[in-house]
Design a protein around this ligand. Structure first.
Ligand SMILES: Cc1cc2nc3c(=O)[nH]c(=O)nc-3n(C[C@H](O)[C@H](O)[C@H](O)COP(=O)(O)OP(=O)(O)OC[C@H]3O[C@@H](n4cnc5c(N)ncnc54)[C@H](O)[C@@H]3O)c2cc1C
Length: 496
């Protein structure tokens, strides 16, 4: 069946929708739910056979091994101010809290652990850094709702409001967040343990650690670990998408899968169209409906480094050398700050790191549904230059890094599945060149995505909105971009 005829079948069932959403990622689904809750009729078109975008779980290696294809660990999901308003538990979403959010093994054979308790985390650091760690993290963790409102809110207004309500905490946070991770780590901490811990969390920015605002990511991820934990969904990240989709259907929303939209002309009539895509795809879908100036600004949108992902089936758990690493859901593999920084600097220069910084999740240790009894899944990725390709070189380097901190690990591999940047982009068109955040998250583009404009969700075409992670607050499974885009549509094209 051709694509336009699918669309016309749907539109025959209902002559016109209030809104059409392109893309059933967490932001597309969040947008659709927001509209349906406001009483608007909405249909979501998804290119793939299943909903979820970056939140899907599949048997990528062997039968019985459930691998998170993209997202795995969800501090921003459990803490999302929007998700908190949804009855997702009633639709099958159950969070599992690993014993400790994060471990960061070091070459001396010990691991630094990010524990839920700030004091317990500090106790595992070098004595000289304990007080500094508590002074840094305790106020942020204690005031997490304010920080979340600022960081996951409509960034600029959210920051201003949070700053007005909690001036001291936000000023302290802001003064550090605008710096580079290396600057914050080296000024605040003397010992390798605290520096490595902060470096690993900050590397989630996918920026060189010498570049601002990489420290912001370390601060927010650290505080979220203390305040909320870094949970995984029982059964896999697919459960987040399935719960969002089931709730949307319960509200009367419709979802059509297996339907890649190539032009807005394929869509049924609607007063608003919300696109869970990145600027490059928006140009392809709707370029002819956008003025030249806006098109040029979208063309200047910058994508970030790529991810290089591997999933493994093991015949036992990862045999970490460092005691305690088995207690963590996430393990940062890359050694001391200097090594993590070197890996991320190489990516920033456009080179593939020889010793990459590897983000590992070991979900099956805490969720027996992920693998057959006694066997385990491994989820791992590292950062590479955008569009990087090879013949499995980085997969070997990722495995070598894990082996370095877990001797005997390689002998436990039963099967592997590799996704370099091109495979990620084939899997989900939003991962342009392997960029998993919908665009570079440097200083300028974190606050002004997709372009510099008052309402980042609206386009100059009335009724056309962008709702993906290419809008504030950016990457991660939190649905806030979709929620804010839908709010913009409700104030705009869908106002009654
Ligand atoms: C390897 C990897 C690891 C990650 N780890 C984490 C993590 O642990 N925690 C976390 O919070 N985040 C993580 N992320 C990031 C997270 O997955 C994304 O930030 C999030 O999914 C973005 O949501 P979105 O709705 O904006 O876009 P997406 O989830 O990318 O969804 C976009 C959807 O739109 C569909 N689509 C695109 N174009 C069209 C079209 N023309 N027609 C129809 N449908 C279309 C796509 O098929 C897709 O389903 C990870 C991502 C990757 C790849």
């Amino acid at each position: 069946m051709s694509l336009p005829s699918i669309a016309s079948l749907i539109s025959a069932r209902r002559a016109q929708y209030d809104a059409v959403v392109i893309g059933a990622g967490p932001n597309g689904l969040a947008a659709a739910i927001t509209l349906a809750r406001a009483g608007r009729s909405v249909v979501v078109y998804e290119a793939a056979a299943t909903v979820g975008g970056g939140t899907r779980t599949k048997e990528l290696t062997l039968p019985g091994f459930a691998h998170d294809v993209c997202s795995a660990v969800h501090p921003l999901g459990i803490g999302s101010p929007f998700f908190l308003t949804l009855p997702l538990g009633e639709y099958g979403l159950e969070w599992i809290q690993p014993d400790s959010p994060l471990a960061h093994p070091l070459p001396d054979g010990a691991a630094v652990l990010l524990e839920r308790s700030v004091a317990a985390t500090a106790a595992g650091l070098d004595a000289a850094d304990r007080a500094a760690y508590i002074a840094l993290m305790a106020p942020l963790a204690a005031d997490w709702p304010t920080l979340a409102a600022a960081f996951l809110g409509p960034l600029r207004p959210g920051m201003i409001a949070a700053g007005a309500q909690h001036p001291l905490m936000m000023a302290r946070f802001g003064l550090r967040a605008i710096r580079s991770a290396r600057n914050v780590a080296e000024r605040l901490f003397r010992g390798e343990r605290a520096r490595a811990l902060f470096a690993g969390m900050s590397a989630h920015s996918m920026l060189p650690l010498e570049q601002a605002p990489s420290a912001a990511f370390g601060l927010v991820l650290g505080a979220s670990g203390h305040a909320l934990g870094w949970p995984i969904p029982r059964g896999g990240s697919q459960r987040i998408a399935d719960a969002l989709a089931a709730y949307l259907r319960a509200l009367g929303g419709e979802i059509v899968t297996d339907t890649p939209i190539r032009s807005l002309a394929e869509l049924p009539p609607a007063r608003a169209i919300l696109c869970d895509v990145t600027p490059r795809q928006l140009l392809a879908l709707a370029g002819d409906r956008l003025p030249e100036g806006y098109r040029r600004r979208l063309m200047r949108f910058r994508y970030g480094p790529g991810a290089y992902k591997i999933d493994l089936a093991l015949d036992g758990p990862i045999p970490w050398a460092a005691p305690g690493a088995e207690r963590a859901g996430t393990v940062h593999v890359g050694g001391p700050l200097a090594e993590v920084a070197a890996a991320e600097r190489a990516v920033g220069r456009g080179e593939a790191p020889t010793a990459p910084f590897v983000l590992v999740a070991q979900q099956s240790r805490f969720d027996a549904s992920r693998a057959p009894a006694g066997q385990h899944t491994v989820w791992a990725y590292c950062h590479v230059p955008n569009g990087y390709s090879d013949d499995g070189v980085m997969a070997t380097r990722i495995e070598a890094q894990i082996e370095r901190f877990a001797p005997g690990f390689r002998d436990r591999i039963l099967a592997r599945h590799i996704m370099p940047p091109a495979a990620l982009e084939r899997y989900n068109a939003n991962y342009v060149g392997g960029d998993i955040n919908g665009g570079l998250q440097d200083f300028a583009q974190l606050f002004t995505r997709p372009t510099v404009q008052f309402n980042p969700y609206a386009t100059p075409n009335p009724g056309l909105y962008l709702c993906s992670s290419s809008t504030p607050p950016g990457g991660g499974v939190h649905g806030m971009c979709g929620y804010f885009a839908a709010q913009a549509a409700l104030r705009g094209a869908l106002a009654r």
